[in-house]
Design a protein around this ligand. Sequence first.
Ligand SMILES: [Zn+2]
Ligand SMILES: [Zn+2]
Length: 247
Amino acid sequence: MAELAERQAGIMAAPSANQPPAGFERKPGAEHPVPNSAPIDVDWGDALTPLLRDFPAPSAEVEQALRRIAEADGVIVNRWVADLWSGQPLPDDIGLLPFIAAALQIELARWAAALQPDELGRTTEPSRCPVCAGWPVASLLRTVGETPGLRYLHCGFCASEWLYPRIQCVHCGSGEQIAYHGIEGGDPAVQAETCDACHTYLKRIDRDKSPGADALADDLATLALDVLLNEQGYQRFGFNPLLILGQ
Ligand SMILES: [Zn+2]
Ligand SMILES: [Zn+2]
């Protein structure tokens, strides 16, 4: 994952044409419905080729996944992106999807970074990203100006962050039965916000406690918290495209 993330950073530093995928155009001040389809029909080679060139495969399985991607045409990559976006991948594709997700993140983050603030508008569902309508991977607390502890949801696809009320379930909107859980001796900056109204949870990362915290990486680094919460009957709401668990 570190190798993949470093390559993403290198590609992001290079300039590109920032055209939004079809159906994802933004209008200033508008309320955007959640698109019916995944962000497809972009030139995937632009991100995938440099991302995977001579990628050091740590196992035969990864090597095979990389070969399948190298041999795929745009139609097949579009299908993988659609399956990833819907959260319903085919079991045989799970091993290659983190690479597809990494390319999708590059495309969407480039596009998001090129937007002006007045172009953002809103998405009709407050729990979905105002830029790409993706799902949050986690929420982040941080001080902004004089205001401590503002809560932002962090998009797992385009890395945009948007303000969301604290102590309110991101899945069902209830604020009645919210609790916070961490692991004794674990990272104190990462907790899970659980909701007993709908039995889901979303991780909450305190950037004031851990200024270098990263939503995607620290989510992956705290899988033990997910295991514990799943044992307690809570369902994960956060969606991390780099962590494809299948069924
Ligand atoms: Zn987004
Ligand atoms: Zn809830």
